[in-house]
Write a protein of this length. Sequence first.
Length: 211
Amino acid sequence: MENIKHRGLRKRLVQQLAQKGRFDPKVLEAMLRIPRHLFIEPSFLRYAYQDMAFPIGCGQTISQPYTVAAQSSLLEIAPRMKVLEIGTGSGYQSAVLTEMGANLYSIERHLPLHERAKQLLEQLTYRPRLYYADGYIGIPTLAPFDRILVTAAAPEVPSQLLNQLGDGGIMVVPVGEGKDQVMMKIRRCGNEFEIEKHGTFSFVPMLKGRE
Ligand code: SAH
């Protein structure tokens, strides 16, 4: 399941990431520990530790490691924070946040992806709470969240999710239709929202409803 070759490749990937950007060291430490090769098809093992997105079925992709490092760093995660993720996908990003000590809730709209991520994360003894639902709705009954992460391209900032962000909380969301999105970091201060933009990324679209 995990051997010295995987660990070597992973170390190299994390070193490459550290050269490409300024990331939270705690994020890179978490990525060093998580066996990314288990989150993609075994026959594509050689791609697991390259800095690229990769198909995971249902027309979706596991986010590029650079993107995972960037989004996770922008979130400023501290242990025991209550975090909502939209777009469980492979579950890799969920593993990173859980490894960092977040108390994670993650929503996916594709049933096969939700089920596969659940099984794999349980095997790896990560225990985020996973939901098969429409992430646009969030989880109003569990709000407020300290952090909200959207891992699919939202045409505009999803207002129902903003309402579920606690005071002082941070939401990270890629916004824009078409090929490229702007990474937005939104901090809630009472009823004001401060927005910072953090570069251009490319995501699969955030879609309404469940499949
Ligand atoms: N965090 C994932 C990234 C997967 S790609 C990973 O690390 O692998 C984005 C995911 O968002 C896809 O699986 C897609 O099905 C899901 N998604 C898109 N719109 C959604 C919505 N409204 N609610 C929940 N999930 C959504």
